[in-house]
Design a protein. Structure first.
Length: 104
């Protein structure tokens, strides 16, 4: 099985409830600037809602994280009728490298 490892800055973060006390944390990760163009990966961490990992609450927009996991690719058609693809990582490991200061 292939594994991908990336370091990048978190964009949007959403949490969703799944079946049987399971939750998923979904977030976008900006991993590269190539020719002034941002590259984004979608990431998902699955966890038990009764035993939430401590670092989950610290994953916020702007923090720098290391992610490793299983890559999945999805194709879709956008509004301009162009076929695009998105790389999604099912996270096995996620470490926060730099926290976001919560103070204004």
């Amino acid at each position: 099985m292939r594994k991908i490892e990336v370091i990048g800055y978190v964009g949007t973060v959403t949490e969703s409830d799944l079946k049987e006390k399971r939750k998923a944390l979904n977030f976008n990760l900006c991993v590269n600037l190539v020719n002034e163009k941002k590259q984004w990966f979608e990431n998902t961490i699955y966890f038990d809602s009764e035993n939430e990992p401590a670092h989950i609450k610290h994953i916020k927009p702007g923090c720098l994280v290391y992610v490793s996991g299983i890559p999945e690719v999805y194709a879709y058609t956008n509004k301009a009728n162009e076929t695009k693809a998105v790389l999604k990582i099912i996270c096995k490991d996620c470490y926060i490298c730099k926290f976001v200061d919560d103070k204004p």
